[in-house]
Design a protein. Sequence first.
Length: 289
Amino acid sequence: MQDQLNALKAKLQEINSVLITFAAAPNQDSIAAALAFYLSLKSSGKKVLVASSNPVTVRDSHLVALDKVKTDIGGNNLVITLNVPEDRVDKVTSNTEGGHLNLIINPREGAEPVTEKDIVFGYSGAVADLIIVIGAADLKDVGSLAEKEVELFTKSTIANISNQVGSFGTINITDPSSSNSELVTALLKELTLPMDVDIANNLMIGIEAGTDNLSSPNMTADTFEALAVLYRTGARRQVKTIVPQQAKIVADMPIVDNGPVIEETPTQPVAEPQADWLKPKIYKGGSTN
């Protein structure tokens, strides 16, 4: 793996623009690792873009720089997408009548015509000297982003960094016994790239997610070394919030408070006095012989 690490180090020294992406259906570990790498490269002065085929979810809202993830990486090529089934269109032609480029979309016979609401505009043709793919086993795992930017993914150098087994990149740094965030932690250290509290916290969250909250049997000494690096940088583990259970309220059953209940000790019944009890008693001595 050392030769692959050296290749990545040499490539980062010679280029300026980087695209970071991950699988179209990513786990939290992959996103955390990608965002940490994004923040570190950006801090080092690189022009960095982080993108995904699908929008990110609320699950990962506590990760720093999640709002920087784009689903459209732009470029100079205007892409006009007809958001209709393919069989609704018979042909597309063009002309330059009136001094303008006109695109004519002919619907199939019997099909509804394409309207303005069916047209989506976008851009392609983005440029990046290096593409870093995190947490994928194959390039097809990246999804529509790679499909849309075929030229970019064909011409650019691809660095595959993953805990999945795969070798689709020009540079492949993989380790099935590691989490993606643990792998990126080691890379940032080896490449002497910047690491601050935000980067470290992202990686800490990623390692926790990738190791089932540090309970995975696949954890190794390298995992704890990575955690030590993150702790020294200022990262702290996330505290799980325990939501208190609410009391169940039963409808139409009013609660009446009668104050504290005092148990009374039962007393023995008092006997009524007999009539001769109240008379004076006279004791007579017996006669002696």
